[in-house]
Write a protein that binds this ligand. Structure first.
Ligand code: SAH
Length: 212
């Protein structure tokens, strides 16, 4: 794609920095990762637009700003174990792979899981694993996680996921609530306490139980 690098830099400055995201590692990762590879070829021209885009099966790749905001809220430094629920296109999973040590991402739609896995492999990202599964159960065999990020909206944060957060400061970022009335929330686990903060209003596809 012609000028993808310039479009990417413009996206980061005009949509993400301009709205207050300032974590330099997040901005550098978003400046480097070719978002056009993660959208269907007919949408490639819109890959750097300020909106979510369809990726098939009624699902979307999130608006770039929301991705930046969620990644910044995780506060990753580079040595973390991370779980994502809702791999979708694999875009956010790939960014997580650039920001953390080891990433697992669960996707319930087999065709999306296969496409995202193939793309992650083609990009040579060895620390990111996409799995077919139901995110409500999390990934107990790899827990605890330093960070958990949910890319679809549950009505309430699933308790199994809270239980898989590291007790020593694990952070979970997720949309929560019914369609039309969702908030992005951040939860930090400090031993037995879960400290909860509301970040902003959002609109995500719903988190759906079971494998499609
Ligand atoms: N992070 C993605 C955004 C995907 S949209 C990206 O960067 O492209 C949300 C995704 O969550 C969809 O692909 C949907 O199929 C998936 N999803 C919804 N409920 C789920 C569940 N219970 N377990 C795993 N994935 C789920």
């Amino acid at each position: 794609m012609k000028d993808a690098k310039a479009m990417r830099e413009f996206m980061v400055l005009s949509q993400i920095v301009a709205r207050g995201v300032s974590d330099g590692r997040v901005l550098a990762a978003m400046n480097a990762l070719p978002r056009e590879r993660f959208v269907p070829s007919e949408s490639a021209a819109y890959a750097y637009e300020d909106c979510p885009l369809p990726i098939g099966f009624g699902q979307t790749i999130s608006q770039p700003y929301i991705v930046g905001r969620m990644l910044e809220a995780l506060g990753l430094r580079g040595d973390e174990k991370v779980l994502e629920i809702g791999a979708g296109s694999g875009y956010q999973a790939a960014l997580l792979g650039m920001l953390a040590r080891r990433v697992w991402s669960i996707e319930r739609i087999a065709a999306l899981e296969e496409r995202a896995s193939a793309l992650i492999e083609a990009l040579g990202m060895k620390n990111v694993t996409i799995r077919l599964g139901d995110g409500f159960a999390g990934l107990p065999e790899e827990a605890p996680f330093d960070a958990i990020i949910i890319s679809a909206a549950p009505i309430g944060i699933p308790s199994d996921l809270l239980g898989q957060l590291s007790p020593g400061g694990g952070v979970l970022v997720s949309p929560e609530g019914e369609s039309g009335d969702q908030k992005l929330i951040r939860i930090e686990r400090k031993g037995p306490r879960f400290e909860r903060e509301v970040l902003l209003d959002v609109a995500f596809v719903p988190m759906v139980p079971g494998i499609a």
